[in-house]
Design a protein around this ligand. Structure first.
Ligand SMILES: *Cc1c(COP(=O)(O)O)cnc(C)c1O
Length: 381
């Protein structure tokens, strides 16, 4: 189903009127634009969007409309998407491992910024990417702190390797920069502080004055009830620690939020297919659908249940075992999910904060996974 041209007031109005049989993804353009402005006004440097978190064209178009003009791309597909939707935007190709064909593609599309975390991949870039005006950022890692997921498990050089890489980048005539990713849904500003201090040590030990420091993504969205993302506190820590650590050699800053920009602009409504013997809740969406991330970083607890007329179920909350629609037993939401005791078959369970890593990881396993789409002014029920 394509994006409906009708713009609804909110999810409640849509659910009451349409009573959809498939799960529905609600998108609020005003929310994504307001979030973009919060980053653009608050972050002390260039804001780029990590396309992988939600490559929906409506997301990219609204970010561009709000003033975002840089994008972190991880593949030729994402590079082409951005060249088509935002031809003048800066593209940072910050997936540190690329095939030769992928590098060729990026050079042809005039990508001017790359990241690396290993000598072998840097050698490929030096061989294939002309250095004039091109930035190469060395990605390093620290033991994980403060995030919901360990990004250092796959990418990032240790300090010694990063020092060597940075020297090689500078000697080969590229613009030398440093980057890191503190891990997704990182709620602790001090995680950025630790990484920035280490970046200054790496630059100092390499004897290289870096042009830019890309502080990654990881900015949280609103997943836990009552725990609002403290973006301004994170921005302030980044600003302060960069000056403290680099002094007059302070580099320009870049960030590349995915989740932080798109997460709160979407909600998902799943229908209760069955209450098996009054106990197990079966939804029409699950781990193989748009709820995959719940199995990796935990469930969002901003959940409401509406009856088919759009009235909120107000019974006391009680832990429920909740399954998705496929026949696989791992298709279960983690833990006991607090849902009202008066929940019934045919109700809608609405999850807020669902924009990141949801549409992109939705599979069609078992023939499920078709998502209805709805544009809504507000996501408040
Ligand atoms: C995934 C990723 C991001 C975005 O991460 P979020 O946690 O969604 O902000 C940014 N940069 C790189 C290099 C990534 O791999």
């Amino acid at each position: 189903m394509g994006l409906s041209k009708t713009i609804w007031t909110n999810p409640t109005e849509f659910l009451r009127n349409q009573q959809p049989e498939n799960p529905v993804l609600f998108f609020s353009p005003p929310v994504v634009q307001a979030t973009a402005r919060r980053f653009l006004e608050g972050f002390p440097g260039l804001v780029t969007y990590a396309v992988k978190s939600n490559p929906g064209e409506e997301v990219v178009e609204n970010l561009v409309a709000a003033g975002v003009n840089g994008f972190d791309c991880a593949s030729p597909f994402e590079i082409d998407l951005i060249r088509r939707l935002a031809p003048d935007a800066a593209i940072h190709y910050n997936n540190p491992v690329r095939s030769r064909v992928e590098i060729e593609h990026a050079v042809k599309r005039k990508v001017m910024s790359y990241s690396v975390d290993s000598a072998s991949e840097l050698a490929k870039l030096i061989e294939m990417v002309p250095s004039a005006g091109v930035e190469i950022s060395v990605r390093f890692k620290l033991p994980v702190a403060g995030a919901a997921y360990n990004f250092g498990a796959k990418f990032g050089a240790t300090e010694d390797v990063a020092v060597e890489l940075l020297r090689t980048v500078a000697a080969a005539g590229y613009i030398a920069s440093i980057t890191f990713h503190p891990g997704t849904q990182c709620t602790d500003p001090n995680a950025w502080g630790s990484y920035i201090r280490e970046a200054a040590v790496i630059a100092h030990n390499a004897g290289v004055r870096i042009a830019r420091l890309n502080v990654g993504g990881g900015f949280p969205n609103h997943r836990a009830l009552g725990v609002l993302p403290q973006l301004e506190a994170i921005f302030a820590t980044i600003d302060r620690v960069t000056t403290e650590s680099f002094g007059e050699a302070r580099p320009a800053l870049v960030c590349e939020p995915g989740r932080g920009l798109c997460g709160d602009a979407f909600a998902v409504a799943a229908k209760v297919k069955a209450l098996r013997d009054g106990a197990h809740v079966f939804l029409n969406d699950g781990i193989y659908g748009s709820l995959l991330e719940f199995s990796q970083i935990g469930i969002i607890d901003r959940i409401d249940v509406l009856d088919p007329q759009g009235q909120r179920r107000s019974g006391a909350l009680q832990g429920h075992i909740v399954f998705g629609p496929t026949c696989d037993s791992v298709d279960r939401l983690p833990g006991d999910v607090p849902l009202p005791v008066d929940i019934e078959e045919g109700d809608y369970v609405v999850f807020q904060g669902m924009g990141a890593y949801s549409t992109v990881t939705n599979s069609r396993f078992n023939g499920f996974g078709e998502l209805g789409r709805c544009t809504a002014l507000s996501l408040k029920l």
